[in-house]
Design a protein around this ligand. Structure first.
Ligand code: MG
Length: 303
């Protein structure tokens, strides 16, 4: 399939899946000149801090760097660890990728205004931290199961209402919100990159973006490549895990189609391990082996 045919098909497909009108599709296409992505996609590997063995954060960072990792993903809002994190990455190629923040118990989409405002304040504080750490963004899940009784279209409306001001704040902090779609076992709400992309397109703000997680995508997406293409310029973080949510390469899950999608959109941000490890394997051997596996899959992803 040539690129033009692929693009046409995947845009049409993404439009159907996400329920996009022609306007939204045009917005995406405007950002991507004919003839390929404006930048060549890059594979910048990294990991959540908890996945890397080490007695101290510095030890973890040095190990990650030795294995070729360049992105450190930190959990929650590490407001009181900013200095420690900066010290830990000092003098290495490792930078802070995303903050894995979460849902604040669904507070930001709560019908209770006080609760919602508290959630928004917590998100703003995380965005400030993200900016100070030079992080790519704050990972945000509007709600997991049992965190909201509202319907998806009601939740869409709340996001469209609250996110513009948060996006402005994020931009001031030099960071962004990263909407994360999850699989149906974890949420009834945003499950596909197409849905997240539709919200980003409607908001159309550089402070309001999204990500993709290969584990959830393996359950929810029919086509990893088309899913990342649907996310397009809004995709600014990726989580890596195998089908069984172990290290990439520890089961049959292929990353090639997804990597083709990332190359098609000229992806520039991090791909970060968020996964367990196969029983009986040691992280000191299995993580670098997984990185080498991913580099091979990246090379196999031809566009
Ligand atoms: Mg994830």
């Amino acid at each position: 399939m040539d690129r033009r045919t692929f693009l046409k098909r995947s845009l049409a497909g993404a439009g159907v899946v996400a329920g996009l009108g022609p306007l939204a599709t045009r917005t995406w296409a405007e950002g991507k000149p004919e003839g390929g992505p404006s930048k060549q996609g890059v594979l910048k590997l990294g990991s959540q801090e908890g996945r890397i063995p080490g007695k101290s954060l510095r030890e973890k960072v040095l190990r990650l760097a030795e294995w070729g990792g360049v992105g450190l993903e930190v959990g929650g809002n590490p407001r009181n660890r900013i200095k420690q994190i900066q010290e830990a990455i000092k003098g290495t190629k490792v930078k802070v990728s995303a903050l894995c923040w979460g849902s604040a118990g669904g507070a930001l989409v709560s019908p209770d205004k006080d609760r919602r405002n508290k959630g928004i304040e917590a998100m703003k504080s995380a965005l400030e931290t993200a900016g100070e750490l030079g992080s790519t963004g704050v990972i945000f899940v509007p709600c997991f199961h049992r965190q909201s009784k509202l319907k998806p279209d009601e939740l869409d409306k709340i996001l469209l209402d609250i996110l513009p001001a948060i996006g402005e704040f994020a931009q001031k902090c030099r960071s962004r919100v990263l909407l994360e779609p999850l699989n149906r076992r974890e949420t009834f709400y945003i499950k596909t990159l197409g849905h997240a992309a539709r919200i980003c397109q409607q908001l159309n703000h550089p402070g309001l973006c999204m990500m993709g997680d290969f584990y959830h995508m393996g359950i929810e997406e029919k086509d990893d490549e088309a899913a990342f293409v649907a996310g397009g310029r809004w995709v600014h973080h990726v989580h890596l895990a195998s089908r069984t949510r172990k290290l990439p390469g520890q089961d049959e899950r292929s990353f090639v189609a997804g990597f083709r999608g990332l190359k098609r959109i000229g992806y520039q941000d991090y791909c970060s391990l968020e996964c367990g490890i196969k029983r009986g394997t040691k992280p000191e051997e299995a993580i670098p082996a997984s990185f080498r596996f991913l580099e091979k899959q990246w090379a196999e992803a031809k566009i």
